[in-house]
Design a protein around this ligand. Structure first.
Ligand SMILES: NC(=O)c1ccc[n+]([C@@H]2O[C@H](COP(=O)([O-])OP(=O)(O)OC[C@H]3O[C@@H](n4cnc5c(N)ncnc54)[C@H](OP(=O)(O)O)[C@@H]3O)[C@@H](O)[C@H]2O)c1
Length: 410
């Protein structure tokens, strides 16, 4: 009869309870694969369990509490006590990944976190193992299922942001307090982790710029349709001029881009590298059973000797963060439709070296709208142009910009 592999479970909420159930269902199978039978030997919640006792009775600790405290303390204590740790906690990794990884290395144990990014999509494993020898140039990700669901509803039904958010909350795709999701902070934490693994360089969460979806309107969606583009919240990590840029913002995507067709609560990540061209991984981005499946995959990996410890932190120095990257833009202008308006706008854009790919004009008189798609330009030049255009006397509202990605891989 197989021996027992003892698991201490911290957290028994949406993912923790689903993990306990999945483990019970799959324990026999895992025993056949690994030679030992996994068993939960202690559970910690706010109302039950004692951490010290759970730690003493475990070979591996699964952290599914969320938040920074006491998750950080418990994970560090477990690693220092020589336990492998599996976690789904992206904020913990984005904020304290270096410290945790150092503790895992010093104690020769594994720290696994597949479920922290992309739910069940195995992007961490692919970056750490399958593409360990590739030089990754760029990564784009739809890594937040809540915002992707909201944007999909806005696109499909013409609903505004508030109505789509309320529907997401009703269906359980958004939490009562959706701030971290809709502001882009959750996606930024995930991009911090992905950028570090992709580029083998330290990346500080505080250096990752993010914009959310709260300012997007049903109007933006209508123009996206008209221009043949999809509107998504996209995280980008890329090499730029010897440095890197990591950021999250709403983006218009050309219909041929692999992320354009990722809808609802799904996640997807595209990885670009010269040798491999492009890989897209996609699947359910969250949910108890789905996330639990990724957690159990990590547990099984940790159970199989010899330990494959993956990579987290490089020895090399940090690459500089490049702020002024190049992007194509959509520019939305509400103007009084006087003669010469278009010429003046074109002149301002021309002065900044910005050329126009397409223009759509809607309405007449005081409420006319001009929507342009612009060719790629330095963001600093775009900011300068927007400031100048905003000051023109025929403008009726602040100019709005959204970045555009129109790569295709064929
Ligand atoms: N939900 C998803 O779809 C999903 C997807 C990917 C990743 N994740 C990540 O998975 C982790 C867990 O998420 P979740 O949705 O399962 O959260 P959840 O439903 O809120 O469950 C959290 C669990 O942790 C326990 N807990 C929280 N603080 C504690 C403390 N100070 N001491 C002891 N126990 C504490 C809670 O105890 P009580 O039961 O006593 O309240 C609860 O059992 C998070 O890091 C999250 O980001 C979640």
């Amino acid at each position: 009869m197989a021996g027992t592999f003892r698991i201490g479970l911290l957290g028994h909420g949406t993912v923790g309870a689903a993990f306990a159930q999945l483990l019970a269902e799959r324990a026999d199978h895992v025993a056949r694969v690994t030679g030992t039978r996994p068993e939960i030997t202690g559970v910690l919640t706010r109302s039950r369990g004692d951490f010290a006792e759970i730690l003493a009775a475990s070979d591996l600790v699964v952290e599914l509490m969320g938040g920074l405290d006491p998750a950080r303390e418990h994970v560090l204590a477990a690693l220092r006590a020589g336990r492998h740790v599996v976690t789904a906690n992206k904020l913990l990794l984005a904020e304290h990944g270096d410290e945790l990884w150092a503790a895992a290395s010093e104690n020769d144990v594994q720290l696994r976190f597949e479920a922290a990014v992309g739910g069940v999509v195995p992007v961490i494993r692919v970056l750490q193992e399958s593409l360990a020898a590739a030089r990754v140039e760029r990564l784009h990700g739809i890594v937040n299922g809540t915002t992707n669901f909201i944007l999909s509803r806005m696109a499909d039904t013409g609903a505004g942001y508030e109505d789509a958010l309320a529907e997401a909350q009703r269906l359980g795709y958004a939490e009562a307090d959706p701030t971290d999701d809709v502001t882009g902070r959750d996606a930024a934490a995930k991009m911090t982790i992905l950028a570090r693994l992709a580029f083998d360089t330290p990346v500080a969460f505080a250096d990752v710029r993010y914009e959310g979806i709260t300012e997007l309107t049903a109007d933006d969606m209508a123009y996206a349709r008209e221009l043949g583009l999809g509107l998504k919240l996209v995280g980008t990590a890329e090499r730029v001029n010897g440095g890197i840029s990591v950021r999250v913002h709403p983006v218009f995507l050309g219909a041929g881009h692999p992320l354009a067709s990722v809808n609802g609560p799904f996640n997807a990540v595209t990885i670009e590298s010269e040798a491999i061209t492009e890989i897209t991984l996609s699947g359910p981005g969250a949910g108890g059973p789905q996330t639990a499946s990724a957690v159990l995959g990590d547990v099984v990996s940790a159970m199989i000797p010899p330990a494959s410890v993956g990579r987290w932190a490089p020895d090399q120095a940090a690459l500089p963060m490049v702020e002024d990257v190049t992007s194509a833009f959509y520019l939305h202008l509400e103007v009084a439709d006087h003669p010469g308006v278009l010429a003046q706008i074109a002149q301002v854009l021309g002065l900044q070296g910005i050329s126009v790919k397409s223009v759509v004009q809607r309405g007449m008189g005081e409420g006319a709208r001009l929507v342009m798609v612009l060719h790629p330009v330095r963001e600093s030049a775009m900011t300068a142009a927007v400031e100048l255009i905003g000051g023109l006397d025929f403008m009726r509202a602040r100019p709005r910009t959204i970045r555009v990605i129109d790569e295709e891989f064929v």
